[in-house]
Design a protein around this ligand. Structure first.
Ligand code: HSE
Length: 291
């Protein structure tokens, strides 16, 4: 049983812990029941244990359905999603494990049910939902249960990821956030988040620039990303409609109105930011796939 799970960008500026968008950049994992004990191959040794997130996603589904754990081999076949860069690599593993358990044991759980089971492992649904469903999703927690809705995404938008050569753990990136925010900042974000859905749905570049603004997390996180202001300046000078931190960082996500932006940004960054990868990226609309 093979699963293919997309990368994703959470937050998208103002949609902190709620918005997510899946990408055509995948991890592929094989789950083979049998053997004498849990075996995990194809990933660094420190992840070859029961804490492995693919295994935890798998186990969570078995437990939710009252099934007993049996020996299993997990083989990482393809790992395109960079780790600890804000592109949803953890969520992809959890979703991969959950989808594999569902399929291997013929459980027939819906994606909504998998979302509810998988989200507590990650703590928030914003990467789990796009990894499961694909596309642009807005998720919420209600009485401890995750739910999500899909939103349209215009094909007029061109996305570019700027991936630095340093990791940024979600834990570190959340540690710099204030526990409460002024009401004016909350209002600022509510308005931008609602307008962002309109801008992403219609491909309205002028609205995007305004709607990608955020006051809940990005102002505190940019200091964890050396070079942020200069990179943003470059993106703006090349006509990007907007830029935000992808998830908790360290990757930055640019939105442009034409296909040339990625190439121009790559050459603009080459001299001063040689460690950064500048990659055009396409939205994924399928979510997790089981083969
Ligand atoms: N919404 C989360 C954050 C995504 O920004 O901390 C990272 O998992």
């Amino acid at each position: 049983m093979r699963v293919r799970i997309p990368a994703s960008s959470a937050n998208l500026g103002p949609g902190f812990d709620c918005f997510g968008l899946a990408w055509q950049c995948w991890n592929e994992i094989e789950f083979i029941p049998g053997g004498d004990k849990l075996k995990i191959n194809g990933c660094p040794e420190r992840f070859q244990n029961r804490e492995n997130l693919a295994f935890r996603g798998y186990l969570a589904v078995l437990e939710a359905c009252g099934l007993k754990e049996e020996p299993l081999s997990i083989e990482f076949l393809k790992t395109e999603i960079p780790v600890s860069r804000g592109l949803g690599s953890s969520a992809a593993l959890i979703v991969g494990g959950a989808a594999a358990a569902n399929a291997l044991h013929g459980l027939g759980l819906s994606r909504d049910e998998l979302l509810r089971i998988a989200t507590p492992i990650e703590g928030h649904p914003d990467n789990i939902a796009p990894a499961l469903f694909g596309g642009l999703t807005v998720s919420a927690m209600e009485d401890g249960r995750a739910l999500t809705a899909a939103f349209p995404l215009s094909s007029k938008l061109f996305f570019t990821t700027l991936i630095p050569d340093f990791e940024l753990s979600t834990e570190r990136s959340r540690s710099v956030l204030p526990a409460s925010v002024p009401r004016a900042d909350a209002i600022f974000n509510v308005s931008r988040a609602a307008l962002l859905l309109k801008a992403l749905g219609t491909g309205d570049g002028a609205l995007l620039g305004l709607a990608l603004q955020d006051r809940l997390h990005q102002p505190f996180r940019t200091k964890l990303i050396p070079g942020f202001n200069r990179v943003r300046g470059l993106a703006e000078s090349l006509g990007a409609a907007g830029l935000c931190i992808s998830g908790a960082g360290s990757t930055l996500l640019c939105v442009a109105m034409g296909p040339d932006f990625s190439r121009e940004m790559a050459s603009a960054m080459a001299a001063d930011f040689p460690g950064w990868q500048v990659r055009p990226i396409l939205p994924d609309v399928q979510g997790v796939q089981v083969f």
